[in-house]
Design a protein around this ligand. Structure first.
Ligand code: P6P
Length: 339
């Protein structure tokens, strides 16, 4: 029986795992444990609705647009409601910043934790039954307890996260998270309605041969990115791009690979959001031995200035990210140019 870094066997329930991790931190008050349980609960509810989306009238757009100007899918809105309701009812969250809400959602001012969340990323894939995901980050508030949170509580660097995770609604539903001591993955056992430990101590391969980028945007890429894509082809890497960040990230985490969403002529700061997408996955990637940058700077060192700001994003196996950064920084050339 496999053991993870806590000596807990594969098959341990998420609830017991969280409790055991708390036991390892004598000063833990149980608030973070409860917060993680709140997120897991909401994930199970969203999973149920994602799995029925083809049967109920909840697929497709609602005609509204989120703060990104993207058409809101019904499940986007439902997922956002479910997570915020679970966090509100759990009482351990003072505020939420969500892709689906322009402003801070204030909850329990007596709580010390802030949640940044993309409730349902990749939602354009909902109607075509492609895997989608939830991405979340947890921070401690900086301002005193008992009052509404301030912008500075939200605009913390990613390296200040105390936990981060994602839920992948795929062929099976997985919750993968870190609290800064490694990465562990839990698979939902539908007959039990429980997440159980299935991937203990997840490690990102240092190398790989998968690259994930939307090559349809070739004409929008700058030359260094084009050079890197040509390099991947010369190295006979495999192109895999699902168009759902969580699914692409999860595959690359397991098999080794690199995902890129660079700045383009249309998205001059990239498309992905720093606070509730890139920081969370960067924390997980680094905890698993991988790497994440904007091509120049470590993602977790970036200082956010706006809740919904975007950033160029390169994430995955350490050596592949280093290789891609070499091209972005102009230090590497494709063989044809180098010769
Ligand atoms: P494009 C989904 O909208 C998303 O935010 C990520 O999940 C995905 O990787 C990316 O955008 C896809 O964007 O421009 O390639 O369609």
């Amino acid at each position: 029986m496999d053991k993870n870094n806590l000596g807990l066997p594969i098959g341990t329930t998420l609830d017991r795992f969280i409790t055991r991790k708390q036991d390892d931190f004598p000063y833990a008050t149980g608030e973070l444990s409860q917060l993680l349980r709140d997120i897991a609960l909401a994930s199970k509810i969203v999973n149920r609705e994602v799995n029925k989306s083809g049967l109920l009238d909840i697929t497709g757009g609602i005609g509204g647009k989120n703060v990104q100007g993207e058409e809101q899918q019904k499940l986007d809105v439902i997922a956002n409601i479910r997570f915020i309701r679970a966090l509100k009812n759990g009482g351990q969250t003072c505020a939420v910043v969500s892709e689906e809400d322009e402003e801070i959602v204030h909850l329990n001012p007596e709580s010390r934790y802030i949640v940044a969340i993309d409730p349902l990323d990749g939602s354009s894939n909902i109607d075509v039954n492609v895997s989608i995901g939830t991405i979340f980050s947890i921070y401690r508030r900086l301002s005193p307890i008992g009052q509404p949170v301030e912008h500075s509580d939200i605009l913390q660097k990613g390296k200040e996260q105390i936990a981060a995770g994602y839920v992948l609604y795929g062929s099976s539903t997985m919750l993968v998270y870190t609290t800064g001591n490694g990465v562990n993955g839990f698979t939902l056992e539908p007959s039990l309605g429980e997440f159980v430990l299935s991937h203990a101590g997840m490690k990102s391969p240092k190398d790989g041969s998968i690259y994930s980028i939307n090559e349809g945007s070739w004409n929008q890429f700058d030359q260094p990115i084009r050079n890197y894509i040509e390099h991947c082809k010369e190295e006979d890497y495999t192109a895999r791009y699902i168009g759902s960040l969580v699914a692409d990230f999860h595959r690359n985490l397991l098999k080794g690979g690199v995902y890129l969403y660079p700045a383009t002529s249309r998205a001059v700061n990239g498309k992905l959001r720093l606070i509730y997408e890139c920081n969370a996955l960067a924390f997980i990637a680094e905890q698993a031995g991988g790497k994440a940058s904007d091509g120049q700077t470590r993602i977790l060192d970036l200082t956010p200035t706006k809740f919904h700001q975007r950033t160029p994003f390169i994430i995955g196996s350490e050596n592949l990210v280093n290789e891609a950064e070499g091209f972005v920084k102009g230090k590497s050339k494709v063989n044809s140019e180098a010769s």
